[in-house]
Design a protein around this ligand. Structure first.
Ligand SMILES: CC(C)(COP(=O)(O)OP(=O)(O)OC[C@H]1O[C@@H](n2cnc3c(N)ncnc32)[C@H](O)[C@@H]1OP(=O)(O)O)[C@@H](O)C(=O)NCCC(=O)NCCS
Length: 220
């Protein structure tokens, strides 16, 4: 007999099973695992309560014969900053190894599609890590084409990289200061300037010595 499949909204008492699913997902796909540690059962429970109050988000779970075997996080977001339409995005879609190939994955996507239709959302998006080949094939067969690459890092990492990229190149700065000084010395010796020393330069001569532009981050 075919197993009974049910998709429903997560309940606080699913927290432990959800953390197990999360751990499996992180091991199997490396899905943001480098950055997000597995949640505690308490934190998962609190989050499930929060989702229940959010009209724009749903955490749904799939059961096979009464045993929780899959999850998906559905969110309504504007399709672009310039359009009125809202899209339903499916994130953290995961079906446990033991529960696969029984239709649970399709049932979770079907729930997302039904919710999108109910909420008049004309589009559906699913976030999948590029390394998850099986999941990407599964999604492609359901008509979902690749639309972009989502990159992820901690804010601290990005800030640090930005700071490193915009730091003044001290060697280049020192070398251009040296050439300015050499040019000044040359001008001071030149018969055209009458061999004046630096202190005797008129304003015009000074203006001819162009200093290198300060780096963007200088003085910050
Ligand atoms: C991708 C994933 C969600 C699919 O879940 P699933 O429960 O196995 O999905 P389904 O059972 O609905 O469908 C899987 C395949 O099994 C087939 N299938 C469904 N019921 C079946 C049955 N009773 N007997 C044999 N095959 C069956 C489906 O037709 C489908 O085939 P297709 O891929 O050729 O279309 C699951 O494999 C998964 O979680 N993968 C890893 C996690 C992952 O990468 N997550 C990243 C986010 S997408």
């Amino acid at each position: 007999m075919a197993p009974a499949i049910e998709v429903r909204d997560a309940r606080p008492d699913d927290a432990e099973a959800l953390v197990t699913l999360w751990r499996e997902m992180a091991v199997g796909t490396g899905h943001q695992a480098r950055l997000l540690a597995a949640p505690s059962v308490q934190s998962a429970e609190a989050s499930v309560r929060k989702h229940a109050l959010d009209p724009a988000g749903r955490l749904v779970v799939g059961e096979i014969d009464g045993v929780l075997g899959g999850m998906a996080y559905l969110r309504q977001t504007p399709i672009s900053p310039l359009h009125d339409e809202v899209t339903v995005t499916v994130e953290y879609l995961h079906v446990s190894d033991h529960a696969r190939r029984h239709g649970l994955g399709k049932a979770l996507i079907a729930e997302a599609a039904a919710w999108a239709e109910h909420e008049n959302c004309p589009h559906l998006a699913v976030v999948a890590p590029p390394v998850a080949r099986e999941a990407n094939r599964f999604l492609a067969r359901l008509g979902l084409g690749q639309a972009g690459v989502l990159r992820f890092a901690s804010t601290h990492t990005v800030r640090r990289r930005l700071a490193a990229e915009h730091a003044p190149n001290l060697l280049a700065l020192l070398s251009s200061r040296r050439s300015v000084m050499a040019r000044r010395a040359q001008l001071a010796r030149s018969p055209m300037t009458g061999g004046h020393d630096d202190a005797e330069f008129g304003d015009v001569d000074r203006e001819q010595v162009t200093l290198p532009a300060a780096p963007e981050s200088a003085g910050k």
